[in-house]
Design a protein. Structure first.
Length: 402
């Protein structure tokens, strides 16, 4: 089976996903175009040389709908023969787009593919595409539907994470992200978003709050306690996990992922494609997997899929130098660290979505790129990238430097 090599990756800065965010004026199409155009220019890709573009978009409606991947490819100047497809596996869409691209190469059907994602959360609101999961009682009741924040608090309660634990993790995320920017760790991978006149709109992640402290977080009230009480989700949580007598609500805006706009893309290809276009491989896709997990707890999928990936790949924790887990909520990462007894110095070393934000369809591709850069910076070999997913799923990928 041919190997799928990673030749390059880029991302936009993450802009606050609100009307006053820097990227709110940028359409979803224009946002998705930025990393594709950057990959074309950085790697001198000839027109029509890319076999496919796979983009994760969680809410593909309105201006983000109608197979945005195809039109972003055209907008980026990749050529009219370059097709595109949009996919959604909720928060793992960007990583799955990379995996789908890799699978096309590993099957021998395509030579050069771009995988990535885009989400303009300030322009196309979260949940805009609707769905049966939260709305149809025939699905919501047996799946114990509850908002993700309540599931995160259920995880904290079940596995013993206090308010200080989750706040402490959030402060660490902010400090690590600020240090990464200060030391220039993102400079080669973040491309600025510019307007039609070529003027820079945003060149640096906008969501960060590097001055965050335990004291400042202590002033924030839990975000999901009132909702749980008013809508009856308290009862749903306890019914789904009767061993929990009472949910301890510890999550708030400061220790949860930020709503942001952003896009990212990864250039993958076969060995032959790299040689043809003069590209130097930076890493290869070693293995990837998906799994379904318990829908009520919902956000523990990274634990389950990592176990599956280790079993399928024949690898183990000691084979992994760095872990990158999307910081959907602090308890998600704390549970993952607890489950595998991971050294805190090996996971999310440049901060994560609590500090930087989580542009749903793009995050998976972004964090894969982040950990690849960190492998190179620290001269390490292997990394595991994973995300929790709405509805109870997990996706994970192992990459290895070459």
């Amino acid at each position: 089976m041919p190997d799928a090599y990673i030749y390059d990756h880029v991302r936009t800065p993450r802009g606050r996903g609100k009307a006053d965010g820097a990227l709110h004026e940028v359409t979803a199409l224009a946002l998705a175009t930025v990393p594709l155009k950057a990959l074309r220019e950085r790697n001198n890709l000839p027109e029509d040389s890319v076999d496919d573009v796979v983009l994760g978009v969680v809410d593909p409606v309105g201006e983000a709908g109608s197979d945005i991947a195809r039109f972003a490819a055209l907008s980026a100047g990749l050529g009219e023969k370059v097709p595109g497809v949009q996919i959604s596996r909720f928060c793992a869409s960007g990583l799955d787009a990379v995996n789908f691209a890799a699978a096309q190469i590993m099957s021998g059907q395509h030579e050069l593919v771009i995988g990535g994602g885009a989400e303009s959360m300030s322009r196309v609101g979260i949940g805009a595409s609707g769905g049966a999961w939260p709305m149809d009682p025939s699905m919501a009741v047996p799946a114990y539907f509850m908002p993700q924040g309540i599931s995160a608090d259920l995880i904290a309660t079940k596995y013993g994470f206090s308010r200080d634990d989750v706040d402490g993790y959030a402060v660490q995320s902010q400090q690590r992200a600020a240090k990464a920017w200060d030391e220039g760790r993102f400079k080669n991978s973040v491309v600025p978003v510019k307007d039609i006149n070529g003027l820079t709109i945003l060149a640096k992640d906008e969501h960060m709050r590097p001055s965050t402290t335990m004291q400042s977080l202590a002033q924030l009230q839990p975000s999901f306690a009132a909702m749980a009480a008013m809508a009856g989700f308290d009862a749903v949580a306890i019914q789904s996990h009767p061993e929990v007598e009472k949910v301890n609500y510890v999550h708030h805006a400061g220790n949860s992922s930020g709503i942001v706009d952003g896009a990212g893309a990864v250039l993958l290809g076969s060995k032959e494609a790299g040689a043809k276009h003069g590209l130097k491989p930076r890493a290869k896709i070693r293995a990837f997997a998906n799994i379904g997990s318990e829908p009520a707890m919902m956000l523990t999928g990274p634990v389950d899929v990592t176990e599956k990936l280790f079993e399928r790949s024949g690898m183990k924790k000691s084979d992994i130098d760095l872990f990158e887990l999307n910081e959907a909520f602090a308890s998600v990462v704390l549970r993952y660290i607890q489950a595998f007894d991971i050294d805190n110095a090996k996971i999310n070393v440049n901060g994560g979505a609590i500090a930087l934000g989580h542009p749903l369809g793009a995050t998976g591709a972004m964090i894969l790129g982040t950990v690849l850069d960190e492998l190179e910076r620290t001269n390490k070999q292997t990394a595991l990238v994973t995300l929790c997913i709405g509805g109870g799923m997990g996706t994970a990928t192992i990459i290895e430097r070459v």
